[in-house]
Design a protein around this ligand. Structure first.
Ligand code: FVH
Length: 297
């Protein structure tokens, strides 16, 4: 398919052909974008070449092939090993680097300064989806850096996912938001696995439990949006869920884990934090008041 969108660059280079990088290159190819790919292990480029990508083993050739360089590798250290070579760094001048590798806010800000010292532009990103979820209306990408660079890269980014969230000039903002969303993801993932223990112990179906969780997830998201608004406002008057309910619920879950002889660290931690909130006098406030305990560090 020929690229007919004038807003798209003449070509895009994708550096990194792991599970995510290969997906990004494939999405561009499907939109008719001319794609040059580079990967440390050349064999991973073979399938994409058969789908129309151009592969080069020379990183300088890969960088000079396109005005927009999308990089998606294991971490920023890998990025440095790839682009940090003097000849590669020199080739970046005048190009836009779209960094979709996971990193820390500090790494993103340092990378932006490095790119600017080379005369290149830098957009820091964080993908909030798995490879199989890319390219959809609800696929979320977080971006931060100069608005003009975001605007220029947006047509390419929209091919990766159409729920683009621009977080402003601070190059570290996307990584910060990524750390926060991953804190949520791993907290709920731990809770999900703890729930699977409960299900296994009682001989029920974990697959059925997982489908129930998937069905309640959207509503849970609405609840969290409300709790976030409560925290943002600073007004912890009860509006949805009194903290006292969570004090009793988490104690009940922890006691049930002890009675069942299953792993108790997570339930005990939850019960302990809500008990501390009760003892601090927050039981007659909204559940989100727990953050006042967490803020104590
Ligand atoms: N996969 C996912 O579900 C998540 C979704 C959210 C975003 N992440 C981040 O995306 C980055 C890449 O993740 P990935 O899943 O594509 O990772 P791998 O499949 O392990 O591929 C890693 C690529 O990185 C290359 N690489 C690693 N170390 C080096 C190095 N020292 N020098 C050059 N390249 C390196 C590796 O090359 P090779 O092993 O094929 O030669 C792959 O291309 C990541 O930040 C996720 O957090 C994915």
């Amino acid at each position: 398919m020929q690229n007919t969108n004038p807003a798209l660059p003449s070509s895009v280079t994708v550096i990194g052909l792991g599970a995510m990088g290969a997906t990004l290159a494939r999405l561009l190819l499907k939109q008719g974008v001319a794609v040059t790919v580079w990967n440390r292990t050349a064999a991973k480029a073979e399938a994409l070449v058969s789908e129309g990508a151009t592969f080069t083993p020379e990183i300088v050739a890969a960088v000079t092939a396109s005005p927009v360089i999308v990089i998606c590798v294991h971490d920023y250290s890998a990025t440095d090993k790839i682009l940090g070579q003097p000849e590669a760094a020199e080739a970046l001048r005048g190009r836009v680097i779209v960094q979709l590798t996971t990193g820390s806010p500090q790494e993103s800000r340092a990378a932006e300064k490095w790119a600017q010292s080379l005369g290149a532009r830098f957009l820091a990103g964080a993908i909030q989806a798995a490879p199989s979820q890319m390219g959809r209306d609800d696929t979320t990408l977080l971006l931060s850096g100069p608005q003009a660079d975001f605007d220029q890269a947006a047509p390419v980014l929209r091919i990766f996912g159409r729920n683009l969230t621009y977080l402003g000039d601070d190059a570290g903002a996307a990584a910060t938001m990524d750390l926060a969303t991953l804190s949520y993801v791993y907290g709920t993932t731990l809770g999900f696995f703890q729930g699977a223990l409960v299900i296994e112990k009682e001989g029920l179906s974990v697959d059925h439990y997982a489908r129930i969780v998937a069905a309640v997830a959207p509503g849970f998201g609405e609840f969290l949006r409300h709790e976030g608004a409560v925290i943002h406002s600073g007004d912890f008057a009860i509006t949805e869920s009194p903290l006292s309910i969570s004090v009793e619920a988490t104690e009940r879950i922890a006691q049930a884990a002890r009675d069942a002889g299953i792993h108790t660290e997570l339930p005990n931690l939850a019960a302990k934090l809500f008990r501390q909130a009760h003892e601090a006098g927050y039981s007659n406030e909204e559940a989100a008041a727990l953050i006042k305990i967490l803020r104590r560090g």
